[in-house]
Design a protein around this ligand. Structure first.
Ligand code: AMP
Length: 433
C-alpha cells in the first residue's frame, strides 16, 4: 500500500518558537523543515530536515522551501525583500504583508491607526523636511497624514549637532516624557531612550544615527498581549495576559490579566480589546497568527507593537488553554478548522533567562529526586539540555536546549497552572534571581 505523503511545513527561523511549532506540527501529522543561521538552533532537534544558512541567503531559503507545502516564519526580522523572492513561488500562506508592516515601527504604528487601533502619539525624527521619498514605505503612499519618512542614508548624513537639534524640535512638539526608538531592528528594549527632561536629549540623540520614531510616554497601568489566529473566515483569540517586563524583557505573563476578565470569561474591557484587535486584523486582511502588545490605562488601551508569529507571552497556552498558539498556527497552515481556545485555569508563565537557568534546573532535579506525582521525565541528564516535562503538579518546565547560556538570553520557560500571581509570589518568586 502506498504511504500517503505527509504535508511539510517549512519554518524560517529555528529558535524556541520554531521548536514549539515543530512539536505541534508533528502532533497534527506534518513534517517540518527549518532554516537557521546557527548550526545548533533549538528547533533543529525537532525538525525532519534542516538548513543552516543566513536569512538573507536566497539559495538557503530555496533549499528550505523546496518540497514544502507551506512556509511560515518564527522570526520577524527576516528581510521582507528576501521573502519577496520566494513569495508566489512557494506557499507563504500568511503572506509577507504582516511581516513587512511590523518591521518598521513608524509603518507599524501608522498602519495600526489607519486600521482603527489607538496608539501613543508619535512623530518620525528627524522632521519630515529632511526626508526623501524613496524607501518604499507603501503604507504611507496616498495617505497625507503619514508622509514618507526619512531613509537610512538621510539619517547617516546628520552630524551630532543636527541630531540634537532635530530631536529637541521633535520633543518640543510632542512634549515630555517621551520615548525615542529606532524604527527598525529594536527588540526587548534595545534601541530606545526615555526622555523625561532636557538633559536626556544629549544621550538619546545618539540613536538618530538611524531613522527613529518619537512616541509619547504612556503612563500605563500594565502591559498586555492578545494572540490571534485567523483563516480569513474565522478569527480566534487566546485569553489576554498581563505581561511584566524586567529590563525591557518579558519576565512573567499572568493570565487572565487582572481586571480584563471575570471568572476566566472576558469581561467588558477584555471583550472590547479582543474585538478591536480582531477588527484590526480583519481590516488589514492579515491571515495566520498575529500577536499584539498593548498598554492598558484604566479603560483605555494603546497599540504598542505587533508580531506575525507565535509570541513569548503565548507560551502559557500550551498547558493553560484547551488548545495552544502553536497548534492553531499549524491548523491554519495545514488548512484545518481553527479551534476556539478556552483558559483551563489561572496561569503564570515565568521566562527562564540565563540568570534563571540554575534555578529552573534545580526545580526539575528536586522533582526527580522526590519522584513526586506528575513527574514525566526518565533521564535526569536531559535536564542539562533540552527538557520538556512536568516537574511536580502543575509545574511545566520547558528548557530549549540552547548550547550557550548568558544573562538575559531566553533559555526556557516554566508554566505554573493553576496559579495566580499572588500564589506565584508566595511559592515561587523567591527561587529566581
Ligand atoms: P517595545 O520594544 O516598543 O515593546 O518597548 C519595550 C518596552 O518599553 C515596553 O514593553 C514598555 O515597557 C516600554 N515602552 C515602550 N514604549 C513606551 C511608551 N510609549 N510609553 C511607555 N513605555 C513604553
Amino acid at each position: 500500500m502506498m504511504m500517503e505523503k505527509k504535508p511539510v511545513i517549512a519554518i524560517v527561523g529555528g529558535g524556541q518558537l520554531g521548536l514549539m511549532i515543530a512539536r505541534e506540527a508533528h502532533d497534527l501529522g506534518a513534517d517540518v523543515a527549518v532554516l537557521d543561521p546557527s548550526p545548533d538552533a533549538p528547533a533543529f532537534a525537532a525538525a525532519d530536515r534542516h538548513v543552516v544558512g543566513a536569512y538573507d541567503d536566497i539559495d538557503a531559503l530555496e533549499r528550505l522551501c523546496e518540497g514544502s507545502d507551506v512556509v511560515t516564519y518564527e522570526f520577524e526580522n527576516v528581510p521582507g525583500e528576501v521573502l519577496r523572492h520566494i513569495d508566489g513561488k512557494y506557499n507563504i500562506k500568511q503572506g509577507i504583508a504582516p511581516l513587512y508592516d511590523s518591521q518598521d515601527r513608524l509603518r507599524e504604528k501608522a498602519n495600526a491607526r489607519i486600521h482603527g487601533l489607538r496608539t501613543p502619539d508619535f512623530i518620525p525624527v528627524p522632521a519630515l523636511d529632511f526626508m526623501t521619498p524613496e524607501d518604499g514605505t507603501e503604507a504611507f503612499h496616498g495617505n497625507p497624514e503619514f508622509p514618507v519618512p526619512m531613509t537610512a542614508r538621510d539619517a547617516a548624513s546628520l552630524d551630532g549637532k543636527e541630531r540634537r537639534s532635530q530631536l529637541k524640535q521633535a520633543v518640543k512638539s510632542l512634549g515630555m516624557p517621551c520615548v525615542l526608538k529606532t524604527r527598525t531592528l529594536g527588540y526587548d528594549g534595545h534601541g530606545q531612550a526615555v526622555i523625561r527632561e532636557d538633559s536626556d536629549i544629549e544621550e538619546a540623540a545618539d540613536l538618530l544615527k538611524v531613522p527613529c520614531i518619537l512616541e509619547k510616554f504612556v503612563d500605563f497601568d500594565y502591559e498586555a498581549s492578545v494572540v490571534m489566529v485567523s483563516d480569513g473566515k474565522k478569527t480566534i483569540h487566546f485569553p489576554i495576559g498581563m505581561n511584566i517586563h524586567t529590563d525591557g524583557i518579558l519576565d512573567l505573563s499572568i493570565v487572565p490579566a487582572p481586571g480584563l476578565s471575570d471568572n476566566l470569561v472576558e469581561n467588558g474591557t477584555g471583550a472590547r480589546i479582543a474585538g478591536a484587535c480582531e477588527a484590526f486584523m480583519k481590516s488589514c486582511g492579515y491571515k495566520g497568527i498575529l500577536a499584539i502588545e498593548l498598554f492598558i490605562k484604566g479603560d483605555d488601551f494603546y497599540f504598542n507593537e505587533m508580531a506575525p508569529r507565535p509570541h513569548n507571552s503565548g507560551h502559557y497556552t500550551i498547558e493553560g488553554c484547551s488548545t495552544n498558539q502553536y497548534r492553531e498556527l499549524c491548523r491554519f497552515l495545514l488548512g484545518k478548522p481553527l479551534e476556539e481556545p478556552r483558559l483551563l485555569a489561572p496561569t503564570v508563565m515565568k521566562n527562564i533567562l540565563g540568570q534563571d537557568l540554575d534555578a529552573a534546573k534545580a526545580i526539575v532535579a528536586e522533582s526527580l529526586e522526590g519522584a513526586g506525582p506528575g513527574v514525566s521525565v526518565s533521564d535526569p541528564d536531559d535536564v542539562d539540555n533540552a527538557f520538556c516535562g512536568q516537574a511536580g503538579p502543575g509545574v511545566f518546565v520547558h528548557l530549549y536546549g540552547k548550547s550557550q547560556s548568558r544573562p538575559k538570553r531566553k533559555m526556557g520557560h516554566i508554566t505554573f497552572t493553576p496559579m495566580t500571581l499572588g500564589e506565584f509570589d508566595r511559592q515561587w518568586a523567591g527561587r529566581f534571581v
